[in-house]
Design a protein around this ligand. Structure first.
Ligand SMILES: Nc1nc2c(ncn2[C@@H]2O[C@H](COP(=O)(O)OP(=O)(O)OP(=O)(O)O)[C@@H](O)[C@H]2O)c(=O)[nH]1
Length: 385
């Protein structure tokens, strides 16, 4: 979990880095042209044009890499791969700019030296400002312009050049401290955000899920039921509702204790949830009573589902201390009978049916529909909406 969160923090740092750099598409081509124009003062036009063309191609490559990164659904374990790709793509850009030193610098020409140093001061500053979120990228981006900033004055003798090298060194040290601080702050902020997101997701889950069984709780079940009624009414589709109650549950509690009773409730919920479709919603109404909302299901299909659930629970072979726990359910079935019918009506009909099943001897399925159900056809609604 902790390793996963670390990978997610680094992934978020990569995201920040890419977001920071995505506007390079407007800035870097313009800067390339301006710097190239200035370089023509010292170097032959053909060299400068070649450099500018190569640099523009490198910019296009790393921007493509960023766009891909933003377009895909990234998983935490892929972070090192993306970090490497992005570091290479942007590192090439930094190398290209730093190459100005190799061929653009004219030894002994102070104005030219100041120009190349200024370019690299700018690169180091921008790198700190934009690359700080991610250690790997900071390294790949910063080390090249830093070397390029310090190398030229060091290569020339004299107090002036030594002074410039010292200044450059001081500036780089300062920027490294600033980068470390920003890195720490952003990492903390990202980690806090991720923890908050996890917490919110857990809280949201808790408001929907029944703590004992893991199926929907009463509130979520009722909300889903109402939403499914609206959808079924709007499109004129059928919808069914089942009510399941564990038989003689009180005697399980009384004989084996509440903890065993809880285990039985959980086992029944698990078995029923596994037997339903993904689009169905199984919820615990309370105690040992469950309700299943079945979208796109007419009465015949709903009875078949109810029978399947009943048989599934009957087939459970639960034991406690070597003794079998006989577990069965009685199921009441009903369907949506008219457009926008209140959920309470369906619950009440399913309840009536379920109690009829109890009276019939339990471990069976009963249905309850009123005569209006026979008159109402789903397609009538579809034709009028
Ligand atoms: N272990 C446990 N027991 C619960 C829970 N909620 C309700 N109960 C108990 O479940 C029992 C339900 O019993 P009754 O409603 O009388 O029904 P029954 O014994 O299942 O009998 P029939 O429904 O008529 O088959 C009661 O004793 C409740 O205290 C729970 O979350 N865990």
């Amino acid at each position: 979990m902790e390793t996963d969160r670390n990978a997610r923090v680094r992934l978020a740092q990569l995201q920040l880095y890419v977001n920071n750099h995505i506007n390079d598409q407007y800035l870097t081509p313009v800067l390339t042209v301006i710097v190239a124009a200035l370089l023509t003062t010292w170097r032959p036009l053909a060299w400068v044009v070649t450099w500018a063309v190569v640099e523009l191609a490198i910019i296009a490559t790393y921007l493509t890499c960023y766009r891909r990164f933003r377009a895909v659904d990234r998983q935490p374990h892929e972070e090192p791969v993306w970090a490497r790709r992005i570091a290479w793509a942007h590192g090439a850009h930094m190398l290209s700019w730093s190459s100005i030193i190799v061929w653009g610098w004219v030894p002994g020409d102070a104005a030219n030296l100041m120009f190349t140093m200024l370019v690299h001061l700018g690169l180091v500053s921008a790198t700190v400002a934009m690359s700080n979120p991610h250690r790997r990228l900071l390294l790949s981006d910063m080390s090249i312009p830093m070397v390029a900033l310090l190398a030229p004055p060091l290569l020339s003798a004299g107090a002036f050049n030594t002074g410039l090298a010292m200044l450059g060194l001081f500036y780089c040290a300062l920027m490294l401290c600033v980068a470390a601080k920003i890195h720490q702050t952003t990492a903390e902020a990202i980690e806090l955000r991720l923890r908050n997101e996890e917490l919110i997701a857990r809280l949201e889950r808790q408001t929907r899920i029944d703590g004992l069984t893991g199926v929907a709780n009463r509130n979520h079940l009722l909300a889903t039921g109402n939403a499914e009624i609206r959808r079924a009414s709007r499109f004129g589709h059928p919808m069914a509702l089942l009510m399941l109650d564990i038989d003689h549950f009180k005697s399980i509690n009384d004989t084996h204790g509440h903890l065993v009773g809880d285990r039985v409730i959980k086992a029944v919920a698990d078995a029923c949830a596994l037997s339903l479709r993904d689009c169905d919603c199984l919820g615990r109404m309370g105690g040992e009573e469950f309700v299943a909302i079945l979208p796109e299901t007419d009465l015949g299909a709903a009875v078949a589902v109810a029978e399947r659930l009943r048989a599934t629970v009957e087939a459970l072979r639960l034991t406690h201390e070597g003794r079998p726990l006989v577990t069965t359910v009685s199921v009441g079935v009903t369907v949506l009978e008219s457009a926008s019918e209140p959920l309470a009506n369906l619950l009440s009909r399913a309840d009536v049916a379920m109690y009829r099943a109890k009276k019939r001897g339990r471990n069976c399925v009963e249905t309850e529909v009123t005569s209006r159900a026979l008159a109402w056809r789903p397609q009538d609604v579809a034709a009028t909406v």
